[in-house]
Design a protein around this ligand. Sequence first.
Ligand SMILES: [Cu+2]
Length: 340
Amino acid sequence: MAIDNSHPSVRQFASKSQILCIFRKLRPVFFLFAGLALFPQLLSAQWNATIGAQSQDLGRQGLAFLPNEIWIHAGDSITWTMAPAEPHTVTFLTANQLIPPFTEGCPGFSSDSATFDGTTCATSPLLFQGQKFIVVFPVAGNFKLICLIHQNMTGTVHVLKPSESLPHDQAFYDRVAQEQSTALLTDQDAGTLKHQHSENGVSVGHGEIIATGGGSDSISVMRFGDPEITVHAGDTVEWTNEDPITPHTVTFGAEPQDPAAPSSNVTIDVDGARHGVLNSPSDSVHSGFIQVAPQDRTGLAQAPSGVTRFRVRFSKPGIYPYICALHDVLGMKGKVIVLP
Ligand SMILES: [Cu+2]
């Protein structure tokens, strides 16, 4: 039997069932929009960045957040992944917060992810090669990013309101990160380990600080200038740290528990340099940190002069191997050959 579509009740039924059918089809879209209205974080993007860069022999360490500056939307997150063997932290402090020691955190640590809105600090623990740390940024603002271990390793995260458009995409940041990494690792000035003006002088490390739009990066060459030096019994060798920020040590024999302090058999010369004497390759002596003074700033008390030099007198012939107690894992080792 043919249906008479012209009858009003049939038309009404048909239109109702059509509406129902359309609603059923559009139901997933409706729930999607309702969900996004109720939970806007569903729209949030996840960005990627890298921490640090290193040469193949591990000697050159780019102490940097790559890219150094990134623009995201409120609700987005950034995943930082560790590239180098040298450890770092991902740290966001509150405005004017004193920078805490890396052993304390800010205080405490977030294990693998954190949320930062500017009101409470957030930091990762020490991160090692291959480890990741995720930070979610729920509110708009410009946030400084630091590493608690390395000075002059800073960056900025610009968090914009969702209504504002972002200047770059992930592909741009990947490219910038790669360019900044290459620039740090191929910098020729930073690679020049100077030979000391004094006889029997050894430079300890070398480095540079590089300013960027978002903060500063640095490159540190974790090597002794002359890793093997030959002297005679009775001579004194002088080590000088030439890195603008990174501390190093000159350590013969037993490695100390606290690398910052010199061993008890170290004395101070009249010019402020530390001094040790070795009578046998089996003896121990440790410089403690030798490091340039921190940069001064107007309005703050000037920093005391740094102790940048360590001298050791070798009274007996022999082969005396030594390390930097901080960077020996990166291959920072040397040897003094003492002839009669
Ligand atoms: Cu070192």
